[in-house]
Design a binder for this molecule. Structure first.
Ligand SMILES: CC(C)(COP(=O)(O)OP(=O)(O)OC[C@H]1O[C@@H](n2cnc3c(N)ncnc32)[C@H](O)[C@@H]1OP(=O)(O)O)[C@@H](O)C(=O)NCCC(=O)NCCS
Length: 275
């Protein structure tokens, strides 16, 4: 009991210092510095959850009391950390390391790629069948170490996500944001999960998220291999992107191929989504 009391007191102390921290973050104009600050606070949240799971939830207290402690602590956490406009804080929320998007009543989720994903990414990116349908054969041939290194040193505006189904990694999705244009890509790599509506669904949610914040992304752009009829159908007919250009490129076997650029602006997206 004394242990629990001490743990709770320590947690509360750390949490109460957070509001000041978050208010300071709001004043930071440089987004990269702000992300680092957010990361520090995410680490405190993890500690907060671990403490609960390791001490309180394992104690012999009655379950109702455990729930009550948990709820009270959570309330303090929320009050101390949520600024009014936190979810639109100049787009920072979409960049936060802890980002995981899971969807109510759906089995798909998206989470930020971690260095421990290097192995599965190497498997996918070295699979000629998967890569043949894309315009980026350059990813072929990368080692696990190279990919791990890239994930660890990825600039904050170059996002890489793992698509999961029931928490099993089934593909990846990316957005490289520059001059308010997000260059996106997706690969549902585990074949048995293709053609089940997952690609369309996660792209819709991802685009919603990218366009949600003020002043971060004005346009989404995707470049696809002209021979990828399924991707063309998904982007053009289901997600309403329009063709804005095309160019030739050489694939990994030096064969000439055609790439098509498709785009959608924030306003067009909002209109199509009715939001
Ligand atoms: C392209 C991709 C993202 C689509 O995601 P998905 O979850 O497989 O697709 P969905 O199930 O959401 O939708 C597929 C649609 O294409 C249709 N389709 C399937 N094969 C097709 C084909 N050969 N030609 C045209 N349309 C096709 C399906 O019928 C479905 O349309 P409908 O709902 O109108 O019937 C995914 O298949 C993928 O990642 N493939 C491998 C890598 C790749 O091609 N990446 C894209 C390059 S940027």
């Amino acid at each position: 009991m004394t242990q629990i009391k001490d743990d709770c007191t320590n947690m509360l102390k750390e949490i109460s210092a957070l509001k000041d921290d978050f208010e300071k973050i709001e004043q930071i104009k440089d987004v990269e510095t702000a992300i680092k600050e957010f990361d520090k606070n995410d680490a405190i949240y993890k500690k907060f959850k671990d403490t609960y799971e390791q001490t309180i939830s394992k104690s012999s207290l009655d379950n109702n009391i455990k729930d009550e402690i948990k709820n009270r602590l959570y309330e303090v956490w929320v009050k101390s950390t949520l600024l009014d406009d936190e979810f639109d804080c100049r787009g920072w929320t979409i960049f936060r390391t802890s980002l995981t998007l899971s969807f109510e009543k759906r089995k798909e989720s998206i989470r930020k790629a971690l260095s421990t994903d290097a192995e599965i990414l190497a498997k996918w990116w070295n699979d000629k069948k998967i890569m043949a349908s894309t315009c980026f054969p350059n990813e072929l041939g990368k080692s696990v170490n190279q990919i791990r290194n890239e994930i660890e040193n990825r600039p904050f505006y170059n996002l890489l996500f793992i698509i999961q189904y029931e928490r099993k990694p089934i593909g990846e999705m990316s957005a490289n944001i520059k001059d308010k244009i997000a260059e996106c890509g997706i690969k549902i790599c585990e074949e048995e999960y293709q053609d089940k509506g997952i690609g369309t669904f996660v792209l819709q949610k991802f685009f919603d998220e990218l366009f949600k914040s003020e002043d971060v992304v004005d346009k989404i752009s995707i470049t696809i291999n002209a021979n990828n009829e399924r991707a063309m159908h998904v982007y053009q007919d289901k997600l309403h992107l329009t063709k804005t250009g095309e160019f030739d490129f050489e694939d990994a076997n030096f064969n000439k191929q055609k790439a098509i650029k498709l785009e959608i602006t924030k306003n067009e997206w909002k209109e199509k989504r009715g939001k």
